[in-house]
Design a protein. Structure first.
Length: 88
């Protein structure tokens, strides 16, 4: 973990994603690049997506609405990430 000058923190980690999720992130980066009128990295697209879709506090949800803590063994993919609008 690294403290940033703007008061935020940065955590580096490795995440294995199915190609379908990588493609969705690429679409998000393209949409964001068009909106910002400059090139956007996948890292930036992920950060933007996570910032724009903050879920309600976990303690405020009922048990049925709690997301899974970790994917099932064998890699079920990233099913808890928000879908990008306009994709199937």
């Amino acid at each position: 973990m690294q403290a940033m000058p703007d008061g935020e923190a940065e955590i580096s980690l490795v995440v294995r994603l199915p190609w379908e999720d990588v493609a969705r992130l690429g679409q998000e980066a393209g949409r964001l690049a068009a909106q910002m009128q400059r090139p956007v990295t996948l890292d930036e697209a992920v950060s933007n997506r996570l910032r724009s879709t903050r879920p309600a506090a976990a303690h405020a949800r009922s048990g049925a609405e709690q997301p899974a803590a970790a994917p099932a063994p064998g890699g079920a993919g990233v099913t808890s990430l928000p879908r990008i609008s306009g994709t199937a």
